[in-house]
Design a protein around this ligand. Structure first.
Ligand SMILES: [Zn+2]
Ligand SMILES: [Zn+2]
Length: 274
C-alpha cells in the first residue's frame, strides 16, 4: 500500500474517528460504525449528557471524542433512547469509567437490567444485508443494573432543564425521543431514522432521507406509526436520529409529515400489513 495513503488511514483512524460532528453549538454526535451517540452540552461545558452508548468496544473512542469536546469533564449521565445492542453496547464500560448513572424509560427497564430479551430480528423485512443478518444481532437483555435508573414518568430529563422526553413506543416499548421546545431540536433515536437501515449500501453511503424505524427490530407497528405522528406534529427544526445524518428545516418537516401520513405504505413491511 502507498505509504502516504497508509499514514492517512492511520491518522483518520486516530483523529477522524474520535472527533464529534457539530450539529448546533451545544449539540454534537459521534458515529460508532452504524449508530450515532449524541452529546448535549456546549464545548468545554461541565454540564453535559450523553445520549445512547453506541456499539460494543467503542468506549475508548467515545471517551476520546468526549474529551476532545468537553476536556476532562465527564457527562452527568447517559440517557438511553432504548436498549437495543447498538445503542447500549459500550454503556457499561462508559458508566464505569465516568461513574455516572444511566437513565432509561420505565417501560424499557427489563431489557437493560438483564430480565427481558428483545424478540429476534426479523430477516424477512427490507431485503438488504442488515435485515438478512439481523437474526444474528444480539437481542439478549444487557445487565446494566449497577448504573440504571428509571426516568420520571412526567417527561422531565435529569440535567436537561430545557428538554423533555416524549415516550415514542413501537420500535421498542420504552423508546423515547428528546425534544427542546425553544429551538425545536429533536433527538429521535430509532423512532424514525434518516437512512434506510435495512440496506447496507445506504447505511454506508448515508443518503439523507426520512425513513420509518429499522424494520427488522420494530416490535409494534401501530405504536410506531402513532409515535411518528406525534413527532411530526412537533414540526422539528433539526433532527438527530440513531442512524443516518442529521436533517433540518423544510426538507425534514416535509419528509416527516409524509412518513406520518403514509406510514402504512412507506414504513410497514409487506407481510406485517393487515
Ligand atoms: Zn433500535
Ligand atoms: Zn438503532
Amino acid at each position: 500500500m502507498d505509504k502516504d495513503f497508509e499514514k492517512h488511514l492511520q491518522e483518520d483512524w486516530h483523529m477522524g474517528h474520535a472527533v464529534t460532528n457539530d450539529v448546533l453549538h451545544d449539540i454534537a454526535y459521534y458515529r460508532t460504525l452504524i449508530v450515532n451517540v449524541g452529546m448535549i452540552g456546549a464545548p468545554d461545558s461541565e454540564e453535559w449528557v450523553l445520549v445512547d452508548a453506541g456499539i460494543e468496544n467503542y468506549a475508548k473512542r467515545i471517551i476520546h471524542a468526549a474529551e476532545n469536546r468537553f476536556g476532562e469533564a465527564p457527562p452527568r449521565a447517559i440517557i438511553l433512547t432504548h436498549g437495543h445492542f447498538d445503542h447500549v453496547g459500550s454503556a457499561d464500560e462508559l458508566a464505569k469509567h465516568w461513574n455516572i448513572p444511566i437513565y432509561v424509560h420505565p417501560d424499557e427497564m427489563g431489557y437493560v437490567n438483564g430480565t427481558t430479551d428483545y424478540p429476534v430480528g426479523d430477516s424477512t423485512v427490507g431485503g438488504g444485508l442488515f435485515a438478512l443478518v439481523s437474526p444474528f444481532f444480539p437481542t439478549k437483555a444487557v445487565d446494566l443494573s449497577d448504573w440504571i435508573k428509571p426516568l420520571p414518568r412526567d417527561g422531565t430529563l435529569p440535567y436537561l432543564d430545557d428538554w423533555k422526553y416524549i415516550h415514542t413506543p413501537g420500535h421498542t416499548p420504552g423508546h423515547i425521543s428528546l425534544f427542546r421546545e425553544k429551538d425545536k431540536t429533536l433527538i429521535a433515536g430509532d423512532a424514525f431514522i434518516t437512512v434506510q437501515q435495512e440496506s447496507s449500501l445506504a447505511v454506508f453511503i448515508q443518503h439523507q432521507k426520512v425513513h420509518g424505524p429499522p424494520a427488522y427490530f420494530t416490535q409494534d407497528w401501530h405504536c410506531a406509526e402513532q409515535s411518528v405522528q406525534t413527532l411530526a406534529a412537533l414540526q422539528p427544526e433539526i433532527a438527530v436520529t440513531g442512524h443516518g445524518l442529521p436533517m433540518e428545516g423544510e426538507l425534514l418537516r416535509e419528509q416527516l409529515d409524509e412518513l406520518a401520513e403514509r406510514f402504512y405504505e412507506l414504513a410497514i413491511p409487506k407481510h406485517k400489513k393487515q
